[in-house]
Structure formats: structure tokens, C-alpha cells
Design a protein around this ligand. Structure first.
Ligand SMILES: Cc1ncc(COP(=O)(O)O)c(C=O)c1O
Length: 466
């Protein structure tokens, strides 16, 4: 028997404790987890702890974390600056259903970093933020319909779960007449009908849609990049053209900055792309992993609150989230954390390019240096449907191989890699690159042995969202 080449000897992860926990959890939690997006069957990861850019599972396996909780952990896990501040503040009590100065300060910082904002309010999750943003838009315009782009994820409320992440692109309907596809059962068809799907980066189709339905459309909600398709970027001028079109038709523009806010720039994607939306939603990076979120808007639009629109929540503005937001936003404002993160992302991207170029593979790196994807494709992807034509089977094999070697990107090619400030420390970048290189070698060998197929269009198993 001949020994296998090194790259085909996939290191195996310790899984004993996790499998035991999985079987135990299955008896109580559907899928053994609290979110469909973390339910990976027997490969479900049960985490013990994180520090900086690293996580450890309950079996003691250590990984460089490239998921960073789907984006919120912008500074690093267990950041002492944030945690110490939160700890100090929370000793004064966390939940009063009264308003603390921490909340006022948090929203002042959101405004300071996004100077176009008139008013802002805290929520607990990005889901609540987008839900309230849509309600405000409907109340302000007196119209019911909301346009959203295929492949964009805006949370788990009924209005957001339309045309999100189907594996089979044919389900999205004809390219010129996309259908509103509810994700899962339980979403009333009357609710679904108020959400009109559109195709990202296709301004002509958007104009036709506005010409047909414009007087019924309250807003268009857009994640400025396709954060759920590896951060596919807007074509040059797309956001400017969309902004002009919304103004022409009296339609509000909602920037869902849950992933991009306080990450692409201090003023989020709005600053990065030079766009002033009417409403924006924030979460994730604003609290370094604590459940801080907000929706905000122009003064006039937000004037429907507090009298004409319902918004509340026992935990809205709770002390833990508000204190975390205050400290995280102060750090992002006062330090060069975002510049460090972008530089680290650029180093990782340059390394990946070097590795892939040497193999002669066709690929594109999509997104922002702090949040990017690797797409194996000849063509530049410009919308969600393009993801189906990428070699995501190869990507998935690399991602899973990286877990076994000590780095953890999402094992679904749709979810980008997230960079945090702590990734700049030590040899983390070199480690990620050598793990990527070894996993690529192993995946290419597996393909040569027929163990990884070529992607059949639309065939995918897991469903990333966020
Ligand atoms: C763009 C976007 N909007 C909204 C949400 C929902 O946020 P949450 O998971 O905090 O409800 C997410 C979550 O990933 C997101 O990526």
C-alpha cells in the first residue's frame, strides 16, 4: 500500500463532545440549535469560547474564526475594552423599561458617524430593525408594497423572507418577471404579495418595475452589497441610479446596513458608496457581538414616530446592548480599527490571489476587504442568480477542509469571510493562507479523483443567511 500524498490526508477534528452535545440538544432544540443557519447535522459546531480572531469548540479544536458570528464581532471575541465597559455599566441593572443615558449616547454616536441621520431608535436585532424600517416607510408614504432584491437577506420576519436563498434559481421565476418566493411555510400569502422581488444591479428592470407599480411602492430595501452572495458589489453607478430612480417615483430608499454598517466605513456603505438613503438599519458591528441594533432615518421620515407608528420592545435599548454600542462605536470612531481590518483583508485577498493564480484557476474575489468572498467563475457575478453558475462545490470542499485544518469560514459559499481587528495579530493571516492553500490542494486532488463533482446548476444543500 502506498502512502497518500500529504494534502489528501485530511486532518480529523475531535468531535466526541460535540456529537454527544448534538444528540442531547436534538431532544430539546429543533435541529439541535437555536437557528436553522447553524444546524449542520452531525457537523454542527458547539462552541466553547472565543478570543480575538480565534474560537475553540467544546472538543478543544481551535480555529481562526472567519465567520465572526456572521459579522458582528468587528473588533474580536471577548474584546476587553468593550466587555469591561459593559460589565461596569450592567452592574447598575440592565432592564427597566425606562430610558438610560447609554441609549441616548449610543444613538448620538450612530448619528455622529452617519451625519445624514435625523433620528434613530434602538432595537434588539437586525430583524426588528428592518421590520420597523419597512413599517415607517409604509406609514410615511401611505403605500404598502416594498421592493427587495433577490438573494438579499433582511432577517426572519414575514416581510423579509421573500426570494432570499433558494438553491434552485428556477424557483425565482423568469428573469424579466421574478416571482415572490416565500422561504418556508407559515408566511401568509397576503403578506408575501406586498413584497416585490427585483434583480440586483439591473437598473433597467427596476425602472420598468417602478413604471408599472411605482404608485403602490413605499420603499425599496437594499443591502448595499449582496451580503448573502459573497458580497457581490454594485456595478459602477448602480446605487446612484437607484437613488435617482427612487426620488423620481417618490419611493423611499432603505439601506440595510446590518452587515455593512460601521464596517465598510465609519458611516457604513452609505459613506463608502456616497449615497444618502432615507432610512437605514444597523446591527452587527455596532455592538461587537452584543445584541445592539437600530433603525434610523431622515428627520422628516422618522417624524411618524412616536405618534403614528408602533415601535417598542421590552429589551429595546437595554443597558447591555446600549453600553456595548457606546464603547464599540467610540472605538470605531477614535481608533484606526477599520483601517486595520481593511488592510488585513487586503493581505488575505492578496495571498489568496497568489495561491489561486499559481493554480491557473478562474476566480473572482467579491466584496469589501472587511467582508469578501471567493467565487470560482470566469465571469464577474452581478446578482444572486449568478452564484448558481460558480463552482461552489469546489468552494464548499475548500471551506470544509479549512475547518479540519484550523480555520473556519462558513461552509456555504454564499456567506462571505468576515475580518475583525484582532485578525491583524500574530501570524493569523499567514496561518489562514497556508490552511487555504492546503485545503485547496486537497480539494483539487479530490476532484481529480472524482470525489467532488462539477456543480449541477442550482444544486446546493445548506442555506446560508445570517
Ligand atoms: C443584511 C441583513 N439584514 C438583516 C439581518 C437580520 O439581523 P438579525 O440576525 O440580527 O435579526 C441580517 C442578518 O444576518 C443581515 O445580514
Amino acid at each position: 500500500m502506498t502512502a497518500e500524498p500529504a494534502s489528501r490526508t485530511t486532518p480529523s477534528l475531535k468531535r466526541e463532545q460535540q456529537l454527544a452535545l448534538y444528540r442531547r440538544a436534538l431532544k430539546t432544540l429543533p435541529g439541535g440549535t437555536d437557528s436553522n443557519f447553524r444546524a449542520w447535522g452531525e457537523a454542527t459546531i458547539y462552541v466553547d469560547r472565543g478570543k480575538g480572531g480565534h474560537v475553540w469548540d467544546v472538543d478543544g479544536n481551535e480555529y481562526v474564526d472567519l465567520r465572526m458570528g456572521y459579522g458582528p464581532v468587528i473588533l474580536g471575541h471577548g474584546d476587553d475594552r468593550v466587555d469591561d465597559y459593559v460589565n461596569e455599566r450592567m452592574r447598575r441593572g440592565v432592564s427597566f423599561s425606562l430610558t438610560s443615558e447609554d441609549e441616548v449616547r449610543a444613538m448620538e454616536l450612530v448619528k455622529e458617524l452617519n451625519p445624514w441621520i435625523g433620528k434613530a431608535r434602538m432595537t434588539v436585532s437586525g430583524t426588528e430593525a428592518t421590520m420597523h424600517a419597512m413599517r415607517v416607510a409604509r406609514a410615511y408614504t401611505g403605500r404598502d408594497k416594498i421592493v427587495k432584491f433577490e438573494g438579499q437577506y433582511h432577517g426572519v420576519h414575514d416581510y423579509a423572507l421573500i426570494s432570499v436563498a433558494p438553491d434552485n434559481m428556477a424557483d425565482l421565476g423568469d428573469e424579466d418577471n421574478p416571482v415572490g418566493l416565500a422561504w418556508g411555510r407559515g408566511i401568509p400569502s397576503e403578506v408575501a404579495k406586498t413584497i416585490v422581488p427585483a434583480r440586483y444591479n439591473n437598473i433597467d428592470a427596476l425602472r420598468r418595475l417602478f413604471e408599472r407599480l411605482g404608485s403602490e411602492i413605499a420603499a425599496i430595501i437594499v443591502e448595499p452589497v449582496l451580503g448573502n452572495a459573497q458580497g457581490i458589489m454594485p456595478k459602477p453607478g448602480f446605487h446612484q441610479a437607484m437613488r435617482a430612480l427612487t426620488e423620481e417615483f417618490g419611493i423611499l430608499l432603505i439601506f440595510d446596513e446590518v452587515k455593512t454598517g460601521f464596517r465598510f466605513a465609519r458611516g457604513g456603505a452609505a459613506e463608502f458608496f456616497g449615497i444618502t438613503p432615507d432610512i437605514a438599519t444597523y446591527a452587527k458591528a455596532m455592538g461587537n457581538g452584543y445584541p445592539a441594533a437600530a433603525f434610523a432615518g431622515r428627520e422628516e421620515v422618522m417624524s411618524v414616530l412616536p405618534d403614528k407608528v408602533s415601535h417598542g420592545g421590552t429589551y429595546a435599548g437595554n443597558r447591555v446592548a446600549a453600553a456595548a454600542a457606546v464603547k464599540t462605536l467610540e472605538i470605531l470612531r477614535d481608533t484606526d480599527a477599520l483601517e486595520t481590518i481593511a488592510a488585513t483583508g487586503e493581505r488575505v485577498q492578496a495571498g489568496i490571489r497568489g495561491i489561486l493564480d499559481a493554480k491557473g484557476l478562474a476566480y473572482h474575489i467579491t466584496g469589501h476587504p472587511s467582508m469578501f468572498g471567493v467565487m470560482f467563475t470566469e465571469d464577474v457575478a452581478s446578482e444572486y442568480r449568478d452564484w448558481a453558475n460558480t463552482d461552489h462545490e469546489l468552494y464548499d470542499a475548500i471551506a470544509v477542509g479549512m475547518h479540519a485544518r484550523g480555520a473556519m469560514p462558513e461552509p456555504d459559499s454564499r456567506e462571505p469571510w468576515f475580518m475583525c481587528e484582532a485578525h491583524a495579530q500574530g501570524d493569523t493571516v499567514d496561518r489562514v493562507l497556508s490552511i487555504f492553500s492546503d485545503s485547496l490542494d486537497a480539494a483539487l486532488e479530490a476532484r481529480a479523483h472524482g470525489e467532488i463533482g462539477r456543480p449541477a446548476e442550482g444544486a446546493m444543500s445548506s442555506q446560508a443567511a445570517g
